[in-house]
Design a protein around this ligand. Structure first.
Ligand code: MRU
Length: 354
């Protein structure tokens, strides 16, 4: 197995007594330490999502699906109460982060599976719910592979690619979305150089993306976020590929803060800008990106870097974790069902219906 194929950030470990537990790579410790975090309580799952120990839209969804089992196991319900407890656990996990729609999608699927079971004993329901969480994980892995296959031709031999944040294996069940395209091109023997924005304030680009790419043997170069314009002007990249946290019906796409700026720069320099995301990242209930809830995070994330204070302690801070790139700036959206291009509401419908 190739190194990137062994990278799985979140899984269920049956061997943890008494009935198994959710485990994940604690991504706040990368790249210097690879530490496993075992979640045995609902609160520990909630905290892991909130604090970005597990992060990236699809990975959050997978963690939440397994988190439902953890929450139900914490105080095992009776045959009469498990369905009500399931609803409460899902409601609570849904408050952990607001932007990535995969979280709500996965919780919705667990809820619906529970409802479809009706009045059956808790032990039987648990087996089915755990199976459903495994299915969510496995289906995500398959979608990521398909995204890679659909998008790989967009990376030309001896070209440059730019990415923002981390949309790799670490952000999904495995393989990634934006990075899946790169892994698939690399597997086909193409040589290219990836420029990764470091992605302030929490540095997913420098802590996670270049670590992942290096591990896979892909030529990766780290840049500060404010260097992307020069890289484009000097024609060092031909294409930008990022992930997404929620895509509206018209194709407007929310992703890590700074993505919108990269899209504007790409447009100004005639560089193609692609978003790679599975169908589970689309929210067809909202017409456009203005309806996407944007998470605002703690001011200290901006006032400090690597635990060191870098600004006056009481300076006012604006810290949105995501921004929305309008569909008109997106060349195409690479999904597991094909590429949506040009990005219009009609084409979103058409490709997702495949
Ligand atoms: O705050 P994060 O690290 O969860 O933000 C992650 C991103 O913005 C990713 O680009 C996105 O979730 C796509 S993951 C395949």
């Amino acid at each position: 197995m190739k190194p990137h194929e062994t990278l799985r950030p979140v899984w269920w470990n049956d061997a943890v007594a008494p009935a198994g537990a959710l485990e994940m790579i604690d991504q706040t410790r990368l790249p210097t330490e690879t530490v496993t975090n075992t979640c045995r309580t609902l609160d520990s799952v909630w905290q892991a999502i909130k604090q970005l120990q597990v992060r990236g839209a699809p990975a959050i969804g997978v963690a939440a699906a397994y988190g439902v089992i953890v929450g139900l196991d914490e105080v095992p319900p009776t045959d009469a109460t498990w369905l009500a407890v399931l609803a409460k656990v899902c409601d609570h996990l849904a408050t952990s982060r607001p932007t990535a729609v995969n979280l709500f999608w996965a919780l919705g699927r667990m809820r619906e599976k529970g409802k479809s079971l009706g009045a059956i004993p808790w032990s039987t329901a648990r087996t089915t719910l755990l199976k459903e969480a495994h299915a969510i994980r496995d289906e995500d892995a398959a979608m990521c592979r398909a995204i890679g296959n659909h998008g790989q031709h967009l990376i030309e031999d001896h070209s440059g690619v730019l990415t923002h944040c981390n949309a790799g294996a670490l952000a999904t069940s495995e393989y990634g979305t934006a990075l899946a395209v790169m892994y698939a091109a690399h597997e086909r023997g193409r040589r290219f150089r990836v420029f990764a924005d470091e992605t302030r304030p929490l540095l997913q680009g420098s802590r996670l993306t270049v670590w992942e790419l290096q591990r896979a043997g892909i030529d990766a170069t780290l840049i500060c976020d404010n260097m992307a314009a020069v890289v484009m002007r000097e024609k060092m990249v031909r294409v930008v590929i990022t992930g997404a946290d929620r895509i509206a019906a018209n194709g407007d796409a929310a992703n890590k803060i700074g993505t919108y700026g990269v899209a504007v720069l790409a447009h100004a320099h005639g560089v193609k800008f692609y978003v790679a995301a599975p169908s589970t990242t689309f929210d067809l209930t909202i017409p456009d990106g203005s309806h996407i809830p944007i998470e605002e995070r703690q001011p200290d994330e901006v006032r400090s870097l690597g635990g060191r204070q870098t600004a006056p302690a009481d300076i006012s801070v604006f810290n949105p974790a995501f921004d929305v790139t309008p569909a008109r700036l997106i060349t195409g959206i690479i999904t597991e069902r094909g590429i949506i291009s040009p990005v219009t509401a009609e084409n979103v419908q058409k490709v997702l219906a495949k």
